[in-house]
Structure formats: structure tokens, C-alpha cells
Design a binder for this molecule. Structure first.
Ligand code: PLP
Length: 494
């Protein structure tokens, strides 16, 4: 057992490389585990002072980084000027979190020594693995106030969302009487695409709009959308782009009264805010391990037993996980997810204090140091670790390029050829131009204050620099109201 206070581990970055090296040499000695918990972080984040030194050096010479750009030609800004040694500051925890070293400790025995198939009933190897799976199931259940029998292990929230929507729709829609599903326009892609798939199978889906700016569901609109043939409402708990927390308690209550099944995607809420499936009247809930410092590749689906919720399984096979999810479970991943849930439960208030402190610093820093910014999402009804800002008069892709040394997410689906702005921000009423200049920042258990300071310095510098190059910004500075301008014939569309 690692005897370690949470406060000591908070603010320490995850020593992933040290862990795997240690794992290769010795998997069970307590010295190794102690080393894991206290080892020097191997993902160095250079303090801002060293960054300034390297910028100064880079400004005068080619540092071989390949990011020389225009400075070589003496034409002004060069990205080399802000390139530095070490890894980028990680401010993207809504996308994924580093593995907590204590979670790795819990996993290692099931990767090497205890390798039995947890579904093997005839020998001790199987029993040992099965026991690890069941202990983990109980830990996941405890974090959400459920019974272990209600937890189905899956590969992650994407699979759980697919299972819930397709599985419930196919089961309850069998007779042809219940063919209506309600969701919102700001759900994760996997929910929206699962709903689309059901539309092609003859189901009808209402994609509810959300309230302007806050992203909250309007309960009256939800009520108005509920019909005799509505079988499922799927509304996420916390939005992954803007952090808005939906009123799941009220939604659960409305659904229960009408005997409509309520599914919530709680990938961004698990371990961060308290969840009680009974108090919230949740019937189906999707969970993901890698958002709570657990391993990637595992998650769970909570499936209520009383009143019983039925699903049609997506996979055919050995009938594992109560017949709902065939396939051999990974005891190591289960053990990791269980340990991550246990830690999240034990340390929720410590994590919360740290996340509150950092996100406060980040939000205030942006608002005080950079003019013309707007924060997206609900100001109070939110998870504070997910912060989304629009920077007016800034071209988002250029800002992202300039922020090479910080890992953040952009507000646009920049993989698409059309550079389509985020559909979530669009649903909030953010215009396309502003949505392009939007970034999501995530802070969590292992984020350091130095990373936030570093981000703030870079943001101030580069938002300012990019605006200096913007004719629109110049006009705004001259006091011209851009809305009053009659642009000639939409010229930029040609
Ligand atoms: N739902 C939400 C709200 C998410 O943020 C994510 C993460 O990307 C997912 C679902 C998908 O989760 P997973 O990566 O576990 O499939």
C-alpha cells in the first residue's frame, strides 16, 4: 500500500516513463511502488523564466527546431521565439487525463502475474482475475451510489453511449409503439451519431436546442418535446467543450414520472462532481476511465435494475457482462478503472479545491489581461475544470499555432476540410467567426500553477500580436462600431 497524502501527489505530473520502466524490473516490491509515487516527474515543464531565456536565444539564432519562419527573413514574428525545450504544458484534461501512478500500481499485478481469464471458472487463475474485476466493479458502483450488479464494463463512454441509445431504442421500439428519442444539440458526437443511426432505422429524434450562451437545456422545452411514444431521453451531465452542467436531477425526475428511460453521458462528471444514480433518477449512465486518471480503453455503463432497464446487446458472443457486452474483460484495465474511481471518491474535495484554484486563476488572468474576450458556457452551473473562451478579432488557427508549447483544444473541428466551427459553440449562439477564435482549456489533478502562468503569458502575448495584424482590431481601436459598417457585397465570400 502506498502511504501517501493526496496533497503530496496533487501538483505532481505523472511519471509515466518511470512507471513503465519500474514495472519492467520489479512489479511487486514496495520500494518500486514507493518510487512510483515519489519519483521525479519525467515530463519536465520548464518554468517561465527558462522559457524567456530560450526565447532570447532563439530570437538571434537558428535553434534547429524547424520553427524558424519569418524571423530568418527579418520579417517580424517567429514561432522559434517561443519554442522551448521539454514538453508542452498540458492544459487539455477534458480530452484525456494522465494516469495516476497509484492507478498503475493497482494494474500491474494483472498485467503479468495474474493473467487468468476472468471468465475461466475452473481454476485459480480465473478466480483471481475474476475477483479483481468484481472488486473494481464495486468501486465504480460506490462512486455513483449504484449496486455492483448494475455496472457493465465497456471500452469507454463511446461504447456505453452506443449501447444505451441503440440498445434501448431497439429493445423498447420493438413493438413499433415507442419510436421517439430526445437528445440535445450539444451532446458528444457519439451520442448524436448513434441517434442519427437510429433515425435511419425508422426512429424519430428530437435534437433540443440549448439556451443561448449558457448551453443549458430548457426544462420547459424538454417537457414540451416529451410525447406518448418517447422512450428515451439522452442528455449529458457535463459538456466536454464548455463545462456546462445540465440539471440531470430535474430531467431524471421528469422522465421517471412519464416512464421514459433517462440516459446521461457522465464522462465529464464522474469523479469530479458527486453522482447519485438514485437521487438523480438515472436509468442508464455512460462512464469513461481515462477522464478520471484511469487507463484508456475502459469505461462502464450503469444499467438500472429497479425499475429494470432493458437493452438489446450490440455484440454477439460469450454472454459476459449479463449478456449485454460479450468479450473477455481486461482485469488490468478493470483494476485501473476501479482504483481511479476509489481515488476520485476519496480525494474529490481535494481535487476540487485545486481545480477551483487553478481555473479561477486562469479565468481571472484571461479576463484581466486580455480585452474583448468572452467566456462560453454557464457561469455557475458548471464543472470549473473546463474553461472555454472566445478571443475576438483573432484567427483561431493562428492562435493555436502560436500556442505550440501548450496543449489545448480549439473551438473548431479543425480536422474537417471546411474548418467548420464547433457545433457546440454554434448551438450557444456564438457566431462562426468568434467560434473560430475559441479555445478550450482543461485543468485537473496534475496541472501545475506554473503551467497556468505560462499559458496566460503566451495568451496575452499572442492574442495581442495577432490583433496588431488585424485590420478589424485596428478599426475597433479607432472607435468604429463594426456592426455599423456596410460591407461591400459580401466580398470575402468570393
Ligand atoms: N462523452 C463525452 C462527454 C466525452 O467527453 C468523451 C470523451 O472524449 C466521450 C463521450 C468519449 O469517451 P471515450 O473516449 O471513453 O470513448
Amino acid at each position: 500500500m502506498i502511504v501517501r497524502t493526496a496533497a503530496a501527489i496533487v501538483r505532481q505530473r505523472c511519471p509515466t516513463t518511470a512507471s513503465s520502466a519500474a514495472a519492467a524490473t520489479s512489479i511487486s516490491s514496495s520500494t518500486t511502488r514507493a518510487a512510483l509515487a515519489t519519483s521525479v516527474p519525467l515530463l519536465p515543464f520548464s518554468a517561465p523564466s527558462s522559457r524567456q531565456q530560450s526565447s532570447a536565444a532563439a530570437a538571434t539564432e537558428d535553434d534547429g527546431s524547424g520553427f524558424i519562419g519569418s524571423s530568418k527573413d527579418n520579417q517580424g514574428y517567429s514561432i522559434a521565439g517561443s519554442f522551448r525545450e521539454g514538453r508542452a504544458a498540458y492544459l487539455d484534461v477534458s480530452s484525456t487525463t494522465p494516469l495516476d501512478p497509484r492507478v498503475l500500481d493497482a494494474m500491474i499485478p494483472y498485467m503479468i502475474g495474474s493473467y487468468g481469464n476472468p471468465h475461466s471458472r475452473t481454476h485459480s487463475y480465473g478466480w483471481e482475475s475474476e475477483s479483481a474485476v468484481e472488486v473494481s466493479r464495486a468501486k465504480v458502483a460506490a462512486l455513483i451510489g449504484a449496486s455492483p450488479k448494475e455496472i457493465i464494463f465497456t471500452s469507454g463512454a463511446t461504447e456505453s453511449n452506443n449501447m444505451s441509445i441503440k440498445g434501448a431504442a431497439r429493445f423498447y421500439g420493438k413493438g413499433g409503439k415507442k419510436k421517439h428519442i430526445i437528445t440535445t444539440q450539444t451532446e458528444h458526437k457519439c451520442v448524436l451519431d448513434s441517434c442519427r443511426a437510429m433515425e435511419s432505422e425508422g426512429y424519430e429524434v428530437t435534437y433540443l436546442p440549448v439556451q443561448v450562451a449558457t448551453g443549458m437545456v430548457d426544462l420547459e422545452e424538454l417537457e414540451a418535446a416529451m410525447r406518448e411514444d418517447t422512450m428515451l431521453v439522452s442528455i449529458m451531465a457535463v459538456n466536454n467543450e464548455i463545462g456546462t452542467r445540465q440539471p440531470v436531477e430535474e430531467i431524471g425526475d421528469m422522465c421517471r414520472k412519464r416512464k421514459i428511460k433517462f440516459h446521461t453521458d457522465a464522462a465529464q462528471m464522474l469523479g469530479k462532481l458527486p453522482i447519485d444514480v438514485n437521487a438523480m433518477n438515472i436509468d442508464l449512465m455512460s462512464l469513461s476511465s481515462h477522464k478520471v486518471y484511469g487507463p484508456k480503453g475502459i469505461g462502464a455503463l450503469y444499467v438500472r435494475r429497479r425499475p429494470r432497464v432493458r437493452l438489446e446487446a450490440l455484440f454477439s458472443g460469450g454472454g459476459q457482462e449479463r449478456g449485454l457486452r460479450s468479450g473477455t474483460l481486461s482485469p488490468a484495465l478493470c483494476a485501473g478503472f476501479g482504483a481511479a474511481c476509489e481515488l476520485a471518491g476519496d480525494e474529490m474535495s481535494i481535487d476540487r479545491d485545486w481545480v477551483d484554484f487553478l481555473s479561477d486563476k486562469l479565468v481571472k488572468g484571461i479576463e484581466e489581461r486580455i480585452p474583448e474576450v468572452s467566456r462560453n458556457g454557464h457561469p455557475e452551473h458548471r464543472y470549473p475544470g473546463c474553461v472555454n473562451f472566445s478571443f475576438a478579432y483573432v484567427e483561431g488557427e493562428s492562435l493555436l499555432m502560436a500556442l505550440k508549447n501548450v496543449a489545448v483544444s480549439s473551438g473548431s473541428a479543425c480536422t474537417s476540410a471546411s474548418l467548420e466551427p464547433s457545433y457546440v459553440l454554434r448551438a450557444l449562439g456564438v457566431d462562426d467567426e468568434l467560434a473560430h477564435g475559441s479555445l478550450r482549456f482543461g485543468v485537473g489533478r496534475f496541472t501545475t500553477e506554473a503551467e497556468v502562468d505560462f499559458l496566460l503569458d503566451l495568451l496575452e502575448e499572442h492574442v495581442g500580436r495577432l490583433r496588431e495584424m488585424s485590420p478589424l482590431w485596428e478599426m475597433v481601436q479607432e472607435g468604429i462600431d463594426l456592426k455599423s459598417i456596410q460591407w461591400s457585397q459580401d466580398a470575402h465570400h468570393h
